[in-house]
Each structure stands twice: as C-alpha cells, then as structure tokens.
Design a protein around this ligand. Structure first.
Ligand code: NDP
Length: 405
C-alpha cells in the first residue's frame, strides 16, 4: 500500500521498522536510513531472519537537507518517519516539503543550543504542508502520542467537558544498571533537568525540577505494579492539549523515578556533567552531556535483562450530562515480552508501535489531512482500535483514587 522511509536506527527505529516488516500489506517497501550504517545493517539482518523480508538501508546525515532530498528522490517513499533526534525535525520536514512526501515524528523540535520544548517551529510549517497537499503528524510515540489519542477519545466519547487531565508515566521495570536512560540519554537528561511546568486556570505555573528537594511529588498506586513516587515534569504534549481539549482548566504530567535514579542524577547535575554547553578541556571543546551519553548504556541494548512493566495513561475529571465523572485510561507493557518480540525494552516498544500505527493511518488514507497536526486533532477511533491489535492493549476504568490538589 505504501513505501516508507524511516530515519534513525536507534531503540525506537528498531521497534517501528520490525513492526512495519510484520505488515507487508501496508508497508510494501521499507528503507531504514541513519547516521551509522552498521546499526541499519543489524536491524536489516534481524528482519531477514525473523520475517523473511528484505528491507533497504542507507547512510544519511539528516542534518543536511540536500542529502535527505537525494535519498528521498532515489527511494521515492510516500512517507518519511523521523525516529532520529528532535534536532533533525526541521531539516527532515524541509526535505518532505521539497519532495512532496508525508511526515511523522515522535518528539518536538528542540534547538541543540538550548532545551526549549515548544511546537512553534513545527506549527509554522502548516501552510507549506497544506500547499503541497501533504500531512505532517507530530508527536506520535506514547507520550506524546498515545496519551494525546486517549485525550481525543475522552473528549469525543466520554465527556461533555473535561476539567482536568493528569498524565502518569510509570516505568516499574529494572534493567540492572546503576544508572541508565530508556531513550536517547542526551535528549532525556535535557528534559528531566528542566523546571517542571503545568497549566492551571489559563496560565503556566513553573515549579522546581525533579532533582530539587522542593520538587512536587506524590505517591500513586498504579494498576499491576503498585505504589510509586510520581514527580511533576513539563512534557511537550501539554502545550498542544491545552489548545485542543476544549474548556480544560488544568493539565499536569507526572513521571515515576526511583531514589537511586534521583541520587545519581543529582550528583551528575551538581558536578556539571549534565551541562549541554561547550567547555574547554586542555584545549579541546567538550560538551559534558555528550561525554555522559557516550559513557551510559545505549538504550537500544537495555532490553536483554530488563524485567517488569510500564504503566502509562491519563486520568480525566469532568462532566457528562451534568454529572461528574472520573476515568483512567492506561496501557501496561511488559519489558520481557517486548524483548521476545522485537529485541527491545518497553519504552522503545511503546514509542515504536504508535509510530508504526500513525504511519499506517497516513498510508492507508485514514488520516489523510494536509497540514501539520498534533494527533489529538485527528480521529482517535481507528488508532484506539489499532493499539491492542499491534501490541498495546488499553483499559478504561472509573477512577476512585486521590490526586494532589
Ligand atoms: P537513539 O539515540 O537510540 O536513536 C536515534 C537514532 O538517530 C540513532 O541511531 C542516531 O544515529 C540517529 N541519528 C542521530 N542524528 C542523526 C543524523 N544527523 N542523521 C541521521 N541519523 C541520526 O534514540 P531513541 O531511539 O531512544 O529515540 C528516538 C526518538 O524518539 C527521539 O527523538 C526521542 O526523543 C523520541 N522518543 C519519543 C518518545 C515518546 O513517547 N513520544 C519516547 C522515547 C523516545 P547514531 O546511531 O549514529 O547515533
């Protein structure tokens, strides 16, 4: 049905391409391109062994629009799925506009020199995509991604008015390392060391970052995995959900962290090793965070010994036919099962599967809408139907627990 070019052969790229390879009727031709060709070769060889399918591979520097355009013109995909880093979003979008192919990513653009999590740079492409009659889907992983779809589904089917949304992301798994990140360490640590921020009654409210003793946190009893400490963070989907969920008064994002993770993070941060600016080391320019990334385990390799589960979902509080209603929609994903299927841990799995489903929605014409979209702006129903079919079952239950005021 369609030809897809996936850019980025990391943890998430590995999952998305293997899931695409399982669906030859949708993804008729697949090309995986990345900076390091050997990573593409490994995934290509796994796919040949596991699914008896041949995929194409290519080396590309996705910071360079000319290289991307050349690759797109030679492979002629219908769609590009960007699973490289947020730094490459704009160059890849430029190449898609120039060649007239659809686009999808899982994280918003971030300028390398400073972690600013805003959609403004990518929303500015709306006219360009409309003029070319092509679609761009932003943030189609789990969070952002499935969490946005849960919100769209709640707005469409469950509530007349949603007053508050709390997004809770719990990784209750254990990988056996003293300290590691579950996706790209550089991107992950830039995110979690920022001030927290949430939306309340028409304005953004900042609070201390997770590593500060004054950070906002509470204990939540999750389904299946039990009690965990949840810390408030800013997460990019809050920005688009505030615009797209009508009448929303408050939205917050919470993520679980262990004491050991926070202790490591505090030490690294206090020593300046999470700095993302250049420092001079005996005449050499060095970015401490890039050194840390090189020292930490590659998230794509964590899967082998990972045990436990992730539980990610949204709690909605609002009204239906004048009656107050509280609903929790969530997914539970098992690290070991993800590894058995696609040799990955559950964080890459819960990101790569929605990226595949989003690409399928575009290629099959279900989400065929020229312009740039956050996924809560599109029909959630076919996506919600696809989630359990392709490995991410979800549950919808009444919520009777307690959240911080
Ligand atoms: P990885 O670091 O494992 O993979 C990124 C891949 O992109 C690497 O293979 C890397 O190449 C490649 N790459 C980097 N720069 C370039 C470039 N200039 N040209 C070509 N290829 C390049 O990251 P993850 O797989 O963990 O994450 C991928 C994306 O998914 C990130 O944007 C992350 O923020 C997002 N994400 C989203 C989530 C969600 O729920 N929405 C959750 C988790 C991740 P090389 O191998 O040479 O380094």
């Amino acid at each position: 049905m369609g030809k897809v070019l996936v850019i980025g052969a990391g943890g998430v790229g590995n999952v998305a391409v293997k899931k695409m390879a399982q669906l030859p009727e949708v993804f008729t031709d697949i090309c995986l391109a990345s900076r390091t060709l050997s990573k593409c070769e490994k995934i290509q060889s796994d796919i040949e062994k596991q699914y008896k399918r041949k995929i194409k591979i290519a080396q590309v520097d996705a910071d360079k629009v000319e290289e991307l355009v050349k690759l797109i013109e030679s492979f002629k995909p219908d769609m590009v799925v960007n699973l490289a880093l947020p730094y490459q979003n704009l160059t890849i979008m430029d190449a898609c506009v120039e060649t007239g192919v659809h686009y999808l990513d899982t994280a918003n653009y971030e300028p390398p020199e400073k972690p600013i999590f805003e959609y403004k740079w990518q929303w500015a492409y709306d006219d360009k995509f409309k003029n070319k009659n092509i679609t761009a889907i932003l943030g189609c992983g789990f969070d952002p991604g499935v969490t946005n779809v849960f919100c769209a589904y709640a707005q469409k089917h469950l509530f007349d008015e949603i007053k508050t949304i709390d997004i809770l992301d719990c990784n209750a798994g254990s990988h056996g390392y003293p300290f590691a990140t579950n996706f790209n360490p550089e991107i992950n640590l830039r995110e979690v060391t920022q001030n927290a921020k949430h939306w309340n009654k028409g304005k953004w409210i900042e609070s201390p970052p997770i590593l500060d003793p004054e950070s906002i946190h509470f204990t939540f009893k999750f389904p299946v995995v039990g009690k965990r400490e949840c810390y408030m963070l800013f997460h990019e989907e809050l920005e688009s959900l505030v615009k797209n969920i009508k009448g929303l008064e408050r939205i917050r994002f919470w993520m679980t962290f262990s004491d050991s993770y926070l202790t490591h993070l505090r030490v690294l941060h206090n020593l300046g090793i999470t700095r993302y600016d250049e420092i001079d080391v005996e005449g050499q320019k060095v970015v401490p965070l890039k050194v840390l990334k090189a020292l930490l385990p590659d998230p794509a390799t964590l899967g082998k010994n990972y045990k436990g589960k992730t539980v990610i979902g949204c709690i909605f509080d609002g009204f239906k036919k004048g009656k107050r209603k509280r609903i929790y929609i969530y997914n539970v994903c098992d690290h070991e099962e993800a590894y058995k299927e696609v040799q990955s841990q559950a964080i890459s799995y819960t990101t790569g599967v929605p990226a595949m489903i989003g690409a399928m929605m575009v290629l099959t014409g279900v989400w065929n809408k020229p312009g740039v979209w956050n996924i809560e702006q599109l029909d959630p129903d076919p996506f919600m139907e696809a989630l359990p079919k392709y490995g991410l079952p979800w549950k919808k239950v009444p919520f009777r627990g307690k959240l911080p005021d």
